[in-house]
Design a protein around this ligand. Sequence first.
Ligand SMILES: [Zn+2]
Length: 180
Amino acid sequence: MTDQFWMDKALQLASRAEQAGEVPVGAVIVKDGRLIAEGYNQMISLNDPSAHAEMQAVRQAGQYLQNYRLSDCTLYVTLEPCSMCAGMLVHSRLARLVFGASDYKTGAAGSIMNLVQHPQLNHQLEVTGGVMAEQCAASLSAFFQRRRREKKAAKQPAAKPAAGNATGGSGDPEVPDDPA
Ligand SMILES: [Zn+2]
C-alpha cells in the first residue's frame, strides 16, 4: 500500500472529526502493511486537550499491540503534529511519521521546530511530509472558512468581542493558501 492510500484513510477520519464539530484532523497507524489503529480530533467532545488525532491513534495502537512501544509502526496524520504529539511520538518509539499539510503555527515536525528528529533526544523518526498536502490543507481551510462565516453570522451589532481561539494545539493552523 502506498503512503497516499493510508493518508486517504486518515482524511476519512478527519471528516469524522469535522462531523462532530472538531477541527478536521485524522490519523491511522500501520504495522506490517496493516491498519492497527485510528484516531481523530476529539478534544471538544471528550473535554480533553490531549485528545489530538495522533494521541488517540497511538493509545489505540498500544492497546492493540499490548505494548507501550510502537516500534516498526508508521503514523499517518493529515496535519503536521504539534509539540505535545511530537514528543509523545518520540516516547512511543514510532519508526516513521507521514503527514499531509504543514502547520506553520504549531507544527513540531519541521515547521516551528523538529522534535521528532531532534539529535539530542534518544529517538528520531523517519519523516515524510507533504503527502496529499493539498487535499489535507483544503479540508482544514474549508472548515475554518466555514467557521469564520458562522462566527460572523452569529455576531449581533452589540455582540461582545470574539473570545479568541480556544482550540489551541493543532486547533487553528495557518494552512497554505489560507487568506486569513
Ligand atoms: Zn497534537
